[in-house]
Design a protein around this ligand. Structure first.
Ligand code: C5P
Length: 220
């Protein structure tokens, strides 16, 4: 049985999750937000008040943590943590946890397991380059950093009208995360050689979705 694999990578705020969700819905297949997995583990580290530099302890936690998706909702040790993983604190610290090689080995193994048994759209930073090297479609989404920060700001404002963060703060955070994600040694944020680059500033979300579905239909 051939399972469809669609890999969507790119920097923070490029529109990956919005696009991946739409594709998954259209095709009736699973959407796996791998960033949410790194965030869930980071949330646990924060909750246990573990020092972010204590790699040994974080590895230990990673080994005994259960992270799973049920109906598209992320569960950490059996508890829905969809809201908690979006906090500013988790967002600030996630790239520190995600750069630990052992953490990546554990989460990548989980991601591969899901993709070996289901049709999936998976988004992240290393999906086309590392997690699903034989994906049917590999897309690398980009947009200028100011555009990505503006989008994130509006998205956050919509959820929280008392938002104290300014768009400049978000831009600073995005730049720092992109730098850490691109420069780390273990499977960094990188465009896979055979990925198609789509700039989401130039197209609407629906145009990008259509383009990805077109590429997929030509493959199968
Ligand atoms: O996608 P999102 O912005 O929620 O991802 C949060 C963080 O998780 C990223 O900044 C990155 O450090 C990490 N990540 C990763 N590899 C992935 C997905 C996310 O390192 N495949």
């Amino acid at each position: 049985m051939h399972y469809i694999q669609i890999a969507i990578d790119g920097p923070a705020g490029a529109g990956k999750s919005t696009i991946a969700k739409k594709i998954a819905k259209k095709l009736g297949i699973l959407y796996i937000d791998t960033g949410a997995m790194y965030r869930a583990l980071t949330y646990k580290v924060v909750k246990l008040k573990v020092d972010i530099n204590n790699i040994e302890k974080i590895n230990e936690i990673a080994k005994e943590t259960n992270i799973e998706f049920r109906n598209g909702i992320i569960f950490l040790d059996g508890i829905d943590v969809s809201l908690e993983i979006r906090s500013q604190e988790v967002t600030k610290l996630v790239s520190f946890v995600a750069q630990i090689p052992e953490v990546r080995v554990i989460l990548v193994e989980l991601q591969k397991k899901v993709a070996n048994n289901n049709h999936v759209v998976m988004d992240g930073r290393d999906i086309g380059s590392n997690v699903l090297p034989n994906a049917d479609v590999k897309v690398f989404l980009t947009a200028s950093v100011s555009e990505r920060a503006k989008r994130r700001y509006l998205e956050m404002l919509e959820k929280n009208s008392d938002l104290t963060l300014a768009v400049e703060d978000i831009e600073k955070d995005i730049k720092l995360r992109d730098k850490m994600d691109s420069e780390r040694e273990a499977s960094p944020l990188i465009k896979a050689k055979d990925a198609i680059v789509l700039d989401t500033t130039l197209f609407t979300i629906d145009q990008v979705v259509e383009e990805i579905l077109n590429i997929l239909s030509k493959k199968n």
